[in-house]
Design a protein around this ligand. Structure first.
Ligand code: NAP
Ligand code: MG
Length: 505
């Protein structure tokens, strides 16, 4: 894609800044169809990572606010005002919500970009587009699914029907804030549940605006509640709540484990977890076109500042083409522009917050200590802006046992490893506690298929990376996930339970 000229870019940025300054940002919990003050009266600051400036003080929901949200959600569920509506009517409401989100896409993308630092152009082209797709997909699906009749004896009729769970808690991270919320909210609402969402403290604003649009679209009061707040208070209250029937979580493995403990210590609510990854890209010597591979490698790890659970953070390359591919990857990486998320020339925006910046830089220092060879980047840049920017960073000759090789950095850092044969490639690829995604590059059909089968991951891309569609499930093997998948019709399984009904004829 050709980049706009400097003049044009600065004009676009100025226009976006002006528009952002004119927005009335939503900053309070949205419970039972209205804005409410948090019971404790606490707030937390939203600092924009693009310049380190305060953009909002957001009401911090706590246990009492979660209580009220869950009570409202339960009331709405039990009343049947949403759960009891014909699926076709829920479809119409969710489609109306999809249209409203579409109409407000630029506003929502702008809020997302300033709140958590991703390029505005990506927020619009990816996050908002996929959010709308999710709403449309589950809305359209829900009045076209049939339940089952079991093949029992002639004098019995046994039906197997799917019922909503009741109150679903959703807890999401900051890297794709609205999109990941929509992956959970859309299927959960489509089948009739009520939802209480706790967005990440770094990115609560779009979810709050979304809740307001849901009311405008006709989602009844109490059916969708958003409680911004901190993980250990609001998040934990939701996880421990006896009135919550299921929690759908995306984030770190550490917090995912907490939700399993919360469930065990309270009411054994259903828990589904979408966790991290350390996704390998395996490049065989007969890869179709190394310049295409190089572009996919650079974009695959640096997209969204590397803050993506599926980021291709490990490049496994055959020794014969290692040097050539690495040169091409470095060239592609140098082409990527790090800068202000509101500048349309920007490919890589700001890391979400100062703590995370320190964490990522800590991994870089650790990798150097562990003997990896730094071949690109490695530093914070544009510090004068007050924002949290890191250069695309590449390490070569990485020890597979080192931390940089094993832990999720969640920043713009690529580790390169080489292998001599297919067995070694598979061993390296699977030498991880994660299993979210992987890519295989080979022109040979059998090699590609064999590798795709051998790699333990929920998604395997062959001769591509990051292809995705709402029709295709997303989620991980091993410690990358538990309890079902996001996206596709399979996600509906997470938000329903089976009822068997026996009728004696
Ligand atoms: P996180 O700490 O797992 O947070 C995810 C969500 O859980 C947030 O809404 C968070 O609230 C909440 N939470 C935190 N502690 C909690 C607790 N004790 N009880 C209940 N809820 C709690 O993830 P993060 O802070 O966003 O990022 C940390 C690391 O997680 C990243 O560096 C990355 O490795 C990984 N991560 C993975 C994904 C993914 O898509 N798989 C996404 C984001 C992050 P607060 O915002 O208030 O903390
Ligand atoms: Mg956190």
């Amino acid at each position: 894609m050709t980049k706009p000229t400097e003049d044009r870019a600065l004009a676009v940025r100025a226009e976006l800044e002006k528009r952002f300054a004119g927005l009335a940002l939503p900053t309070r919990p949205y419970i039972d169809g209205r804005w409410t003050d948090p019971a404790g009266g606490d707030t937390f600051d939203r600092i924009s990572p693009r310049d380190g400036r305060l953009i909002a003080r957001v009401g911090a929901g706590g246990a009492r606010d979660v209580d009220r949200a869950v009570a409202g959600a339960r009331r709405a569920f039990d009343s049947g005002v949403w759960s009891g509506r014909p699926p076709r009517e829920r479809r119409l409401v969710l489609q109306r919500l999809a249209r409203l989100v579409e109409e407000h896409a630029e506003e929502l993308a702008l809020i997302e970009s300033v709140d958590m630092g991703k390029p505005y152009t990506d927020a619009l082209a990816v996050d908002l587009r996929v959010t709308v797709q999710s709403l449309d997909f589950y809305a359209e699906a829900v009045d076209k699914r049939y339940d089952e009749v079991a093949p029992t004896a002639q004098d019995r009729l046994a039906t197997i029907t799917r019922e909503p769970l009741g109150v679903v808690g959703a807890v999401v991270p900051w890297n794709f804030p609205l999109m990941m919320a929509a992956w959970k909210i859309a299927p959960a609402l489509a089948v009739g549940n009520s939802v209480v969402l706790k967005p990440a403290e770094q990115s609560p604003l779009t979810a709050l605006r979304f809740a307001e649009l849901a009311t405008e679209a006709g989602v009844p009061d109490g059916v969708l509640n958003v409680v911004p707040g901190l993980g250990p208070t609001a998040g934990a209250a939701l996880g421990r709540h006896h009135g919550v029937d299921a929690v759908a979580f995306t984030g770190s493995g550490e917090v995912g484990r907490e939700f399993l403990r919360y469930a065990a210590d309270s009411n054994l609510k259903e828990v589904s977890l979408e966790l991290g990854g350390k996704s390998p890209q395996i490049v065989m010597p007969d890869a179709p076109d190394l310049s295409v591979v190089a572009r996919a490698v650079a974009n695959g790890v640096f997209f969204n500042q590397g803050e993506a659970c599926s980021a291709g953070s490990r490049l496994l390359v055959h020794r014969d083409i290692e040097e050539e591919l690495l040169e091409l990857v470095l060239a592609e990486s140098r082409r990527l522009v790090v800068g202000d998320p509101l500048d349309p020339r920007t490919d890589i925006g700001a890391l979400v917050e100062d703590r995370h910046l320190e964490r990522v830089l800590g991994y870089v220092r650790g990798a150097l200590d562990e003997g990896a060879r730094l071949v690109l980047g490695g530093d914070r840049i544009l510090a004068g802006t007050g924002g949290y920017y890191v250069e695309p960073t590449v390490f070569d000759r990485v020890d597979p046992r080192s931390r940089i090789a094993r832990e999720e950095v969640f920043g713009p850092v690529l580790s390169v490893f080489s292998f001599e044969n297919t067995e070694e490639a598979v061993r390296l690829a699977n030498d991880t506690e994660y299993g979210l995604a992987a890519a295989v590059w080979s022109r040979d059909l059998s090699t590609a298929h064999r590798l795709a089968r051998s790699v333990r991951a929920g998604t395997v891309w062959v001769n591509c990376f990051d292809d995705s569609d709402i029709t295709v499930p997303f989620g991980g093997y091993a410690q990358s996930g538990l309890g079902g998948r996001d996206k596709s019709l399979h996600a509906l399984e997470k938000y329903t339970q089976l009822k068997s009904t026996w009728i004696r004829l």
